[in-house]
Write a protein that binds this ligand. Structure first.
Ligand code: DLZ
Length: 507
């Protein structure tokens, strides 16, 4: 009797654990379903990317001679859910045995657990660390810090290791990676691909069914198969990696990509694998084509941060994404969905997000994330936004990034202090402020930058929790040195700003 091998839209690699013992008689099931395509209003580029990549992956399996049952979204028999499609396929093939690689979201893991078939969820082996390995590492630690885990992963993989020592004599070159505005960018941006017939069909489908979602579907230029993704990686390593480190935290009004790779979406969907990506970067260092600060910073994102936040997601369990330790309850303002705002940093980050289904980590953390935290937006609404608008977003990657790192809603499990800053940081790292209606140098009164007002209001609101945090002592000392009248004016203006924002006024 045949087995059904379920391959999900973000599991597009031949090295998938579910496919490792694929045998004659097995049927691979892949399905475009409304439940996955609409559990958040995904950016249309993300849906198109996954559907096109799924169709091409299925075609590749068929070329190998594998029997594939591929259900398109517009199939009139489509049941609308993964479990519905499993049940339909089970009946069609007269089998109840299903193999799947464990999904990256508790939501789907639980749905599969409840599916009335003989279903095995195999571990996802596309990561450097097994879930159990992370659990063992985390056991007994009161604070989980990426740096210590990252060093373990360096030793485990041998990446950037000279014997027992880190290459370049240091584990972490983050201090060298904070240069501001690079001026003109000497890189043409990520490799872009012209849609072929398969992708064009998908674009028409997505336009018809998801055209009202936030985000521009066209121009569509993402890689949609492994070969294209590898070419995009090669171009990044050759042309952008050498300066990636220096300018990874910089932000420019007119430059969405700077020296960033835009390969997270390929990694998270299975088109690239973490070790091949890291080895390509290490090779550039070993051959003298890229400096250590760039290569170490890049590799840390992948075998450090990416593995770490996945570990936290699974360690913390399904309720983690519901945490709200700071008790924030404001609604996400409409300007996150493209409504007008006078704050240039936010309007540019949102505009680039709408165009590309992408913004880089500092835009996510220090512009949209920082503002949401300062303004006291409910973390679940923030998480919903990040899940919706980015092509690389799945819950395993977003939860710890948003709930933990960005919104401090886990109470400090993974960050020793909240990532808040006034307008100064944005002014230092970007050119946004010069085109802004507010003045970043004005701390209070007419034209004061909202980040400045909200920063102090955040510290005031959470004094009890953070005042004794040694990493925040300096902030409170500065706040407390402010004369009483100014402090009151700042807090009152912050309150007025938040009230106007809540009423939908142009802020
Ligand atoms: C994100 C996504 C979308 C938009 N559509 C599908 C789909 O139609 N079929 C599918 O198998 N997977 C899709 N995905 C990816 C899943 O949502 C993803 O596998 C889970 O969220 C777990 O990471």
């Amino acid at each position: 009797m045949s087995r059904l091998i379920l391959v999900l839209g973000d599991q597009l690699t031949r090295n998938l654990s579910a496919l490792e013992d694929l045998g004659a008689g097995d049927v691979v099931l892949m399905a475009e379903v409304m439940e996955e395509a609409s559990y958040v209003p995904h950016h249309p580029k993300k849906i198109a990317f996954l559907f096109a990549a799924m169709r091409k992956f299925a075609a590749g399996l068929r070329e190998e001679g594998v029997e594939v049952r591929y259900v398109t979204l517009d199939d009139s028999e489509n049941s609308g859910s993964i479990t519905g499609e499993l049940l339909r396929a089970a009946e069609a093939y007269g089998t109840d045995e299903v193999i799947v690689t464990q999904p990256g979201e508790w939501r789907l893991i639980e749905a599969l657990d409840d599916c009335p078939l003989r279903l095995t969820q195999r571990p996802d082996t596309r990561f450097v660390a097994k879930r159990s390995e992370f659990e063992t590492w985390a056991e007994g630690r009161s604070e989980l810090r990426m740096e210590w885990f990252y060093r373990e992963m360096r030793k485990k993989t041998g990446l950037l290791m000279d014997g027992d020592d880190p290459a370049g004599g240091q584990w972490n070159f983050d201090h060298d990676n904070r240069k501001a505005n690079p001026g003109e960018i000497a890189y043409g941006g990520p490799m872009q691909f012209t849609p072929d017939e398969i992708t064009e069909d998908v674009l028409d489908l997505v336009e018809a069914r998801f055209g009202d979602n936030f985000g521009d579907l066209r121009p569509f230029w993402f890689a949609t198969d492994q070969g294209e993704a590898r070419r995009a990686l090669t171009r990044f390593v050759k042309e952008a990696l050498p300066l990636f480190g220096d300018y990874q935290d910089a932000m420019l009004d007119e430059e969405a990509f700077l020296y960033h790779g835009i390969i997270g979406l390929y990694l998270n969907a299975g088109l690239l694998e973490p070790l091949e990506v890291c080895r390509a970067a290490e090779e550039a260092y070993r051959s003298g084509d890229a400096p250590i600060n760039a290569v170490e910073g890049f590799i840390r994102q992948i075998i450090g941060w990416r593995e770490f936040i996945r570990g936290i997601y699974f360690l913390q369990g399904p309720d983690y994404a519901q945490r709200n330790e700071l008790g924030h309850g404001r609604s996400l303002p409409d300007f996150y969905w493209g409504a007008e705002t006078k704050m240039r940093c936010i309007s540019r980050t949102v505009a680039q997000t709408r165009e590309n289904a992408y913004a880089h980590h500092i835009q996510r953390l220090m512009v949209t994330g920082n503002f949401a935290l300062l303004a006291g937006i409910e973390p679940q609404q923030v998480q919903h936004w990040y899940m919706s608008v980015y092509a690389d977003a799945y819950e395993w990657v977003m939860s710890a990034n948003v709930i933990g790192m960005s919104q401090f809603a886990d109470g400090g499990l993974m960050a020793s202090k909240p990532y808040v800053s006034s307008g100064n940081y944005i002014a230092k790292m970007s050119d946004y402020c010069k085109g802004c209606a507010y003045d970043v140098k004005t701390k209070v009164g007419e034209g004061a930058c909202p980040f400045n007002l909200l920063y102090w209001a955040f510290l005031d609101r959470h004094r009890e929790r953070f005042e004794r945090n040694p990493r925040m002592a300096q902030m409170y000392a500065t706040f407390d040195r402010m004369d009483e009248e100014k402090r009151e004016a700042v807090l009152s203006e912050a309150e007025t700003f938040l009230n106007r924002m809540a009423q939908g006024a142009l802020v």
